[in-house]
Design a protein around this ligand. Structure first.
Ligand SMILES: Cc1cc2nc3c(=O)[nH]c(=O)nc-3n(C[C@H](O)[C@H](O)[C@H](O)COP(=O)(O)OP(=O)(O)OC[C@H]3O[C@@H](n4cnc5c(N)ncnc54)[C@H](O)[C@@H]3O)c2cc1C
Length: 615
């Protein structure tokens, strides 16, 4: 079924149906402005486009919890949450945004509860909370239980509840549509719409829109070992680059310390919060040596680097399924957790270990290694979700363009994100973007029936490209010796290995330069030559995979560029050739574009001047 207004003009198009996109849709649909338009007999034209069926969005995989100083289990205070967030981000956090995050967190969680999220409960019926790395009371004095959870399936609960509310509110979805282009005007001052490919039919649509919001999630597939699902190919960020816009702080990628060996599938931090301990090949619980007092619940970058130091020093344990037999893992020892309790609060962790490793964490040691988990950088946005460019030393907002969630950078995470803060970021700033969109709904005249022809022109270019790609599939002779046996999946795997060698956990100028050269000489030409192997347009997943791998390459280049430009170590970025943090030169956000330009934008420091690094 085609969306109602697809040939006309939408008031709002939201790209992405995870926590951020759905929160925005609900922020909009539950607003007084929306109700007013409906009461006047005008149904605002709102469309959520998702390349996946919404319930398959990666938000559904979130395990451990969502941070909020509810104080249900131990006394807590939003000022402490604010401090932890800024400190966790190694002072690269915009403090106006982080203050808002911490202040609004309890209301955001309670709102989720009202939407239907079935949180785990305390004995007296309140939302239960658990410990998470970096969550402290009294400005770093002692750990505090701040992560509200639903066993270890918080994301599943949130995604299903938000989606059900969207269905109840009558939100229109275009499911399994892949957005190929973001269209802005020539001056990059105003959004015009998007181009979308309906994977069911193979049809390209020009979707004109007054307002567009990008909520396309992260880009973990840039790395071979990642906790992210297959769809996280950084599309929204690459679409922005392609449209001539900038990305902020792309050099910061979080490696979660406990990816299951071989697959990289996440074993939630909750496993250590509930008593799991990391051990090296000698059986030593080594984290106390690296982060006294914080040990296994030190910040994720600290734990990931400690694991790498142990394996580099020859104290690693083998990944049982690695064909090269590398000892790049350490043990996660959960045997000290009461078995009954483990099954009750960590069912997903137990099941994952059993299904993918055939081990029982109540009795077996589990091999783990750092896994690419979260992109702190992304599309630069204000706290109302408006996308901007950094030009002439000021923020220039792009009229009608919004973003939220992992694809965006409101800069609450700075150089590293605390556990539980990203669902909060996606839900809170997604909702705020929804409210900002609602305000524009009130201002806007009723939807036009004709759109700007830049969107039509972009759609026409895509139609030609699709026809050419499919024609190449037709021409390809599978028996021919000269037919290269290349495909987007192979290329994605090669890019993932390259990026892992170049940037994972630590890097230096040489590792970055080697990856840049390999992309230029091998990866980029191969990407340009890709074509599908089947000539059918409908359900041709290889077509979308070609666009995805091209998006990843654009993003990899931006990431390598900004990693090279930042001559310091901060948060998740550990440059072995510049081991110190350098506030004098680099207490600044990097802004980069597709042309390779880099500029630096000041960090908004309002209440807390930077302190020296600790854990
Ligand atoms: C395994 C795992 C566990 C996690 N656990 C936690 C946790 O316990 N606590 C926490 O706070 N955070 C956690 N996170 C992080 C958090 O889940 C994510 O950052 C957050 O859910 C991202 O939400 P989102 O809405 O931005 O994106 P997503 O949920 O990833 O949704 C992206 C959406 O964009 C759509 N899309 C993408 N590209 C296109 C395109 N080209 N065209 C059309 N649609 C497109 C997709 O279809 C999808 O609907 C975890 C992440 C992982 C991977």
């Amino acid at each position: 079924m085609s969306p109602k207004h697809v040939e006309a003009m939408y008031d709002v198009v939201i790209v992405g149906a995870g926590a951020a996109g759905l929160s925005a849709a609900l922020g909009l649909a539950h607003s007084p402005e929306f109700a007013e338009r409906r009461a006047m007999g005008e149904d605002p034209a709102v469309l959520v486009i998702s390349k996946l069926q919404p319930l398959r969005s990666h938000t559904g995989s979130a395990e451990g919890g969502i941070a909020a100083s509810l104080g249900n289990v131990e006394h807590d205070d939003w000022h402490w949450h604010y401090y932890d967030t800024v400190k966790g981000g190694d002072w690269l956090v915009d403090q106006d945004a982080a203050r808002l995050l911490a202040q609004e967190a309890p209301a955001t969680v309670i709102n989720l509860e009202r939407m239907g999220v079935a949180f785990s409960r305390t004995e007296d019926g309140h939302i239960a909370q658990r410990r998470f790395g970096g969550h402290t009371a009294d400005f770093g004095q002692q750990p505090v239980k701040r992560a509200a959870y639903a066993a270890d399936r918080i994301g599943h609960q949130i995604l299903h509840s938000l989606w059900q509310q969207c269905v109840a509110a009558g939100i229109e979805f275009a499911e399994e549509w892949y957005v190929t282009d973001l269209v802005v005007d020539e001056a990059c001052a105003k959004v015009e719409g998007v181009v979308a490919f309906d994977t069911h039919t193979g049809t390209v649509h020009a979707v004109h829109a007054r307002n567009v919001m990008l909520a396309t999630g992260g880009a973990g597939r840039l790395f071979h070992t990642t906790s992210n699902s297959w769809d996280l190919t950084g599309d929204g960020m690459a679409l922005s680059l392609d449209a001539g816009l900038q990305l902020e702080d792309t050099e910061f990628v979080q490696f979660h310390p406990t990816g299951l060996a071989h697959t990289g599938i996440l074993l939630s931090e909750a496993a250590r919060a509930e008593g799991g301990v990391l051990r090296n090949a000698e059986g030593e619980a080594f984290m106390e040596r690296y982060a006294p007092g914080h040990a296994d619940l030190a910040a994720r970058d600290v734990v990931s680097r400690a694991i790498r130091s142990e394996t580099d020093a020859g104290r690693g344990v083998p990944d049982p399924r690695d064909p090269l037999g590398r000892k790049d893992c350490v043990w996660l020892d959960m045997r000290g957790i009461d078995a009954g309790h483990m099954h009750q609060v960590l069912p997903q962790v137990v099941e994952t270990i059993h299904k993918y490793m055939n081990l029982d964490p109540t009795t077996d040691l589990v091999p783990v290694k750092p896994t690419a988990h979260y992109t702190m950088g992304g599309i630069p946005v204000t706290t109302d979700g408006e996308v901007y460019r950094w030009a002439d030393d000021r923020r220039a907002v792009i009229d009608g363009l919004f973003a939220a969630g992992e694809c965006s950078c409101v800069s609450v995470h700075g150089a590293n994100r605390l556990g539980g803060n990203s669902l909060l970021d996606a839900c809170l700033f997604g909702t705020r973007a929804g409210h900002a969109l609602a305000a524009r709904l009130a201002d806007a005249a009723p939807a036009d029936t004709t759109g700007d022809d830049r969107v039509d022109a972009a759609a026409e270019r895509r139609r030609t490209e699709v026809a050419d790609l499919l024609a190449a599939a037709k021409d390809a002779d599978p028996q021919s010796d000269t037919q290269p046996d290349d495909n987007p999946y192979l290329l994605m795997a090669d890019l993932g290995s390259l990026m892992e060698t170049a940037l994972a956990v630590h890097c230096d100028a040489d590792s970055i330069a080697a990856a840049v050269a390999a992309i230029e000489a091998d990866i980029a030409p191969r990407a340009a030559a890709l074509h599908p192997h089947n000539e059918t347009a409908a359900f041709n997943q290889e077509l979308t995979a070609i666009w995805e791998v091209r998006h990843l390459i654009a993003l990899a280049s931006a990431m390598l560029r900004t990693s090279e430009a930042r001559h310091e170590s901060r948060g998740s970025l550990c440059r072995s050739d510049f081991p110190e943090r350098d506030d004098e030169r680099f207490l600044a956000h990097s802004m980069t574009d597709a042309a390779g330009r880099i500029s630096w934008q000041p960090v908004r420091i309002e209440d807390m001047p930077p302190q020296a690094r600790s854990y």
